[in-house]
Write a protein that binds this ligand. Sequence first.
Ligand SMILES: CCC[C@@H]1OCC(CO)=C1C(=O)O
Length: 214
Amino acid sequence: AACTSATAFPARTIDCARGPAPKQDRSIRTKALVLRAAAELFAARGFRHTSVKDVADRVEMTKGAVYFHYPSKESLAVAVVEHHYARWPELLEEIREEGLSPLDTAAEMLNRAAVAFRDDVVVQAGARLQLERPEIDATLPTPYVDWTELLTGLLTAARDEGRLREGVEPAAAARSLVAGFFGMQHISDVLEHRADIVERWREVGGLMFFALRA
Ligand SMILES: CCC[C@@H]1OCC(CO)=C1C(=O)O
């Protein structure tokens, strides 16, 4: 029977009848542990003040063992940012199962993103690394564009079913939501380490969706 190994991220099915391929599964588990340790350090201290040695010490491994999985500190940063962005398509799939309208799906995506920015260290680390892009000699994913594209699609569907306020242009509204959320989460981070982000988004998002609904 296929089952999902709890440790690997993204979730990977393994044949429970034969059990996990020990070596491969251990390697995936180790890679996930290294990534999480790097995210914890990047989120807390930033890219510049985190060394591969710090990551190795945090998971009680040698630097060589870390380099086996990630050849440089930059590759760790790229992986953390990529895992940050991987959260959102997963979130969309979860919400889609609830069968909400496109506009309510957009609202729920951002509501749950606010919770992830408060609670998920990989999301927090990815956001900080994106601010530190100029210091990171690697090709990081372009920020903001995936959210803008996702929200544009949902708002276009909302307009097509008559649930968007007359005259609101979906792409422009999507850019406004992204700007609003980005600014809100940054202010909440600077002032309150994001402790109040859900309340702050309820205000900003509440006003914006009030303006967007037909
Ligand atoms: C949803 C607003 C955009 C989002 O907020 C923080 C951040 C980090 O760069 C984002 C991104 O790159 O998409």
